[in-house]
Ligand binder design. Structure first.
Ligand code: PLP
Length: 340
């Protein structure tokens, strides 16, 4: 399949079968060298732990076409390290940083014509994942594993420019206090489907999860991290063992401090003290930043900057970070790996 039928400007975030994906198998204590394949199906044992006991984890990162035609991969070392931490939590074998980045590189190069052109705001989204497979019945770690990376071209999330949307606080928890919230595992996502649908039925973009222990502090926004800009220009983002450590969030902490001159801190964000903040947003690889217009909490609806306009600090953060990703703004050392 080619890319001649793709309309880059109307691309969303949907599955498209691109030409090649990378697959590597782990057996008898080691990974094989891995290979590219055109087959987008996996044949695995019906007794695989990934199917029954949720022994699986994944990652998400993007490659960008730059103005000069080169390709930027954004902070893949951070995704590799995070997948290692997820694997440690799940008793799965680790993939080395080198193998992880090499797999991404192979997939990008083999599907290069699927990278959206510079200027469309799109990118090549990479989905590395690791699953426990093989014949196994008891609740044990799997006898074999598969590490795979596939990719899809994705469009700019904001087709008509950055715009805010509203969120609602969920009564469900996403993760347990000492559970798997900090690991990027599918089980957390399965648990988030119902609260997400309930929020969307009420015309909210997604739901906000409070800390599972006291239900007084903001933890996550759907499948993104939260940040707020205080009235005295602090960039604040919550810290907790049940939050998934977003690479976009850590990148924004750096950009806020080093490029925008804000005080950047990780600290508690109480749901009944939202007046501290003049702006708020959700951040993650897929959207980069989704500005938050307002938050519904029980009977109360709190509006930050505006329900229709994006605040100036949020806009600057978005421009600086996307500028770095597309190669238009100088990147902090080590943030960009040139693929071609
Ligand atoms: C992946 C993910 C994020 C965002 O992480 P990024 O590294 O910025 O893409 C935030 N929250 C959850 C629950 C996630 O799974």
């Amino acid at each position: 399949m080619g890319n001649s039928t793709i309309d880059w400007n109307s691309l969303g975030f949907s599955y498209i079968k691109t030409d090649y994906r990378y697959v590597s198998h782990w057996k008898d204590g080691q990974w094989d060298q891995g290979h590219l394949t055109e087959d987008n199906r996996l044949a695995i044992s019906e007794a695989s732990t990934a199917l029954h006991y949720g022994q699986q984890c994944f990652e998400g990162l993007k490659a960008y076409r730059c103005k000069d035609g080169s390709i930027n991969l954004f902070r893949p070392d951070q995704n590799a390290k995070r997948m290692q931490r997820s694997c440690e939590r799940l008793l799965a074998p680790l993939v080395s940083e080198e193998k992880f980045i090499d797999a991404c590189r192979q997939v990008i190069l083999a599907n290069e014509h699927f990278i959206p052109p510079y200027g469309t705001g799109g990118a090549l989204y990479l989905r590395p994942f690791l699953i426990g497979v093989g014949d196994n019945m008891g609740v044990n770690s799997a006898p074999e594993f598969i590490f795979s990376v596939f990719c899809i071209p994705v469009g700019n999330y904001f087709k008509n420019g950055l715009s805010p949307s509203n969120f609602v606080v969920s009564e469900y928890d996403r993760a347990a206090p000492q559970g798997t919230g900090a690991a990027k595992v599918g089980g957390n996502y399965a648990a988030s489907l119902l609260p997400g649908v309930q929020a969307k039925k009420r015309n909210f973009s997604d739901c906000i999860y409070l800390d599972p222990l006291t239900h007084t502090k903001i933890e996550e926004v759907g499948t993104a991290n939260f940040f707020g800009i205080t009235r005295d220009n602090q960039f604040v983002t919550p810290v907790s063992p049940s939050i998934l450590p977003s690479i976009t969030k850590y990148s924004l902490l750096h950009v806020a401090k080093e490029r925008l001159g804000l005080e950047a801190i990780e600290g508690d964000i109480y749901i009944d003290q939202l007046d501290r903040f003049k702006e708020a947003g959700a951040c993650g690889t897929a959207v980069v930043i989704a500005p938050i217009g307002g938050i519904q909490y029980g009977e109360q609806f709190h509006v930050f900057h505006s329900e229709t306009e994006v605040g100036p600090v949020t806009r600057k953060l978005y421009q600086e970070l996307t500028g770095i990703q597309f190669g238009d703004v100088e990147a902090p050392e080590g943030w960009i790996i040139k693929i071609a």
